[in-house]
Ligand binder design. Structure first.
Ligand code: HEC
Ligand code: HEC
Length: 407
């Protein structure tokens, strides 16, 4: 199914009007429209306006029961339609990753909730070991114009991972058109989304809202006994979380913040904790802001978060293709250098090797991150348009390698 979500001016007016009548929950597309539409999200809230936050009570989460039909029933997060941000229950901890996954230029908001009295255990190499009862949420938001990314935003979906005693489960919630709540929906869809990119160019993405059984395509790892496939979180590794972030009470390192709340045990001094490359300056300033000395690390961390959940020794596709793009893979051949791909065909763009050092135009990897062609595009899921700066980074990384004659 293809649904257009580009908000017309009229749609936005209606949405703004809805904000104004949120408290009464009366849906009127005309009442109070003008004043609400001109409201500046940066202005302090008018006293007496309805608070679009989360009720001041603990989340109502029972991971052993089926999840509720409406996301609001968890009392974990809400969409503040006035300021167009996700707001969380005070007991949830919002987080960001040093290098995030690219998903067609959506903005993302993430948070972790652990039950009172429980904590995660530090792991220097993998995802933190979260306790039973943990819920991690990730919400996807489109902005109409990336030159003003904090305005005219539409909330699309909230993905939820929860740890029951039997293991992790994945649940997708899709936000309604009024942007008031999200429904549990196991069937996904493709949304044609038009927006203006950071350079002012119009772009259209065929954005994938995954169906529930697609969650496992990326979140499953062959790590169980007998290599059974087990669903796990991907992002919350110490090296991805090791960064400062503004919390309600000031700026803190995210790992330290969790530890100080008693929700992370075994955290060593921060200067001993690994950190992935901070991609934000690259996203904003372009690939040239990466110093030569940092190029390898920046590119490897980009490939790690964007590719390694499939392409590593624990990913089904990694095992099949024997292409290992995890940041700590030190086998250059398995990284793609002078490696012929397992499958021949259009996916290779007529080229022979995954990486020809010093020669990006003859490297399949560069071709596959630049293209949007079916059968060639990488990642195979979750991207429909080019990530300009990410593709430029991979190109610059390959170009900077000492030339090798693969033949
Ligand atoms: C195309 C691959 C892909 C698909 C499909 C996918 N995810 Fe993820 N997901 C990722 C990656 C990579 C991350 C970590 C990077 C990030 O947070 O940006 C992630 C992060 C998350 C997180 C935050 C915690 C974590 O694991 O890092 C949640 C929650 C989540 N996904 C839930 C889901 C659910 C539910 C579905 C199915 C509706 C789903 N995902 C489908 C790739 C995918
Ligand atoms: C959702 C899983 C998934 C993700 C994520 C993914 N790939 Fe792939 N990749 C595959 C599959 C499946 C194949 C084998 C089939 C094919 O070549 O199309 C493959 C094959 C490849 C190949 C050919 C490898 C060989 O030697 O046979 C390259 C190169 C490649 N991927 C690059 C990337 C890059 C770079 C990224 C990240 C930007 C990425 N892939 C992310 C699933 C994935």
């Amino acid at each position: 199914m293809v649904v257009a979500v580009r908000l017309s001016l009229l749609g936005r007016l209606a949405r703004a009007a809805l904000v104004a009548v949120l408290a009464a929950a009366t849906m009127s597309a005309c009442g109070g429209g003008d004043s609400a539409f001109t409201a500046d999200p940066n202005e302090p809230e008018t006293p007496g306006q309805p608070d679009a936050g989360v009720p001041d009570e603990p989340p109502t989460i029972d991971v052993e029961q089926p999840p509720p039909r409406l996301l609001s029933e968890l009392n974990l997060l809400a969409w503040d339609r006035e300021s167009e941000v996700v707001v969380y229950n005070d007991l949830a901890v919002p987080y960001e990753l040093n290098t995030p996954l690219f998903s067609d230029y959506t903005a993302k908001s993430r948070a972790i909730f652990m039950p009172a009295g429980s904590s995660a255990a530090y792991d220097p190499n993998g995802v933190l070991d979260f306790p039973v009862g943990t819920v991690i949420v990730k919400t996807f938001i489109f902005a109409d114009d990336l030159r003003t990314p904090d305005r005219d935003r539409t909330i699309i979906e909230t993905r939820l991972l929860r740890r029951a005693s039997s293991g992790w489960e994945a649940w997708p919630y899709i936000w309604n058109e009024d942007q008031t709540d999200a429904d549990l929906k196991v069937g996904g869809k493709t949304l044609e989304v038009s927006f203006i990119d950071a350079r002012g160019e119009p772009r259209t993405a065929s954005y994938l809202v995954p169906q529930r059984n697609q969650c496992a395509k990326c979140h499953d790892r062959n790590v169980g006994p007998d290599q059974a496939r087990i669903l796990t979180p991907i992002g919350p590794e110490a090296r991805h979380l090791n960064r400062d972030q503004a919390f309600a009470d000031g700026v803190h390192n995210q790992l330290q913040y969790l530890a100080d709340r008693g929700q992370l045990t075994g955290l060593p001094p921060l200067d001993e904790v690994p950190a992935a490359y901070d991609f934000r300056p690259v996203e904003q300033g372009g690939v040239d802001v990466v110093p030569d000395a940092e190029l390898d690390r920046a590119a490897r961390d980009y490939l790690d978060i964007n590719c390694a959940y499939c392409h590593d020794p624990f990913g089904t596709n990694g095992v099949t293709s024997q292409l290992f793009l995890n940041h700590d893979s030190d086998d250059l051949f398995r990284l793609g250098v002078c490696k012929r791909p397992g499958s021949a065909g259009e996916g290779n763009g007529g080229l022979t090797y995954n990486i020809v050092p010093g020669d990006p135009d003859n490297s399949i990897m560069v071709f596959r991150v630049e293209t949007v062609e079916n059968g060639a595009i990488m990642p195979v899921l979750g991207r429909s348009i080019r990530h300009d700066v990410g593709a430029a980074l991979v190109r610059r990384w390959v170009a900077a390698m000492d030339p090798v004659d693969c033949d």
